[in-house]
Design a protein around this ligand. Structure first.
Ligand code: GRF
Length: 217
């Protein structure tokens, strides 16, 4: 069975969705959950599911490079096929990213390439977009710019705040992320280099997830 290591920093709701999917389908096995924050609530979710956890507190390191080198040692120790960022709120060095290139993925709460970075829901409201959502993508050294694996969209409603929009997008993230990871683990998607740029080839079984038919409440 394909194996994954999941990196988190906080709440862990996407982690829980990934745990639930693994339990229900056995499409991948979660070897460990690593947090850069000792108090991340997601650590308790992992423990409750009987998954090994580790903490690597970034505040104890002098540099990003030193932290990432130690993180790589930790990750490598679990010998997993995939490294999954699920709300891991640290920018990773190119050295770390290149070490796992092609098997390192992230979920970002916007329809990339729109709204990379932070406060994506506020950015979406300010930009006046009618569709917003989430993206699962391969991680490359340029932040939030790696090849897109899958996306899910929600309609932006006139009375949305960043909070209400975030809540609706999060519901979709929980469906999107396990599906994308399972597709990668099963080899239904491959990442190849074509004409100088990197693209995901192949397709998921299900059609692109678009949930605009109701208000998501
Ligand atoms: C999610 O919105 C995810 O897209 C972003 O960080 C948030 C993590 O939430 N990268 P959670 O910890 O999974 O609940």
């Amino acid at each position: 069975m394909p194996s994954v290591v999941i990196l988190i920093s906080g709440r862990g709701s996407n982690l829980q969705a990934l745990i639930d999917h693994a339990t229900e389908t056995s499409e991948y096995q979660i070897r460990a959950v690593i947090s850069n924050r000792p108090k991340a609530a997601g650590l308790d979710l992992a423990r409750a599911a009987g998954i090994e956890t580790a903490v690597l507190d970034h505040t104890l390191f002098d540099s990003r490079e030193a932290f990432d080198a130690e993180l790589a040692q930790l990750v490598d120790g679990f010998q997993a096929n995939w490294v999954v960022l699920a709300g891991f709120m640290r920018v990773l060095t190119a050295g770390f990213v290149n070490r796992y290139l092609g098997r390192l993925i992230n979920i970002h709460p916007s329809l990339l390439p729109a709204f990379p970075g932070l406060k994506t829901h506020q950015q979406a409201i300010e930009a006046g977009v009618r569709l917003h959502g989430a993206t699962v993508h391969f991680v490359t050294p340029e932040l939030d710019h790696g090849p897109i694996v899958d996306q899910a969209a929600v309609q932006v409603l006139p009375d949305d705040t960043a909070e209400t929009l975030a809540a609706r997008v999060l519901q979709l993230e929980h469906r999107l992320f396990p599906r994308a990871l399972a597709g990668l683990c099963a080899g239904r998607l491959n990442w190849t280099e074509a004409s100088g740029s990197l693209r995901v080839n192949g397709a998921l079984d299900a059609p692109l997830l678009i949930d605009i038919s109701n208000k998501g409440h």
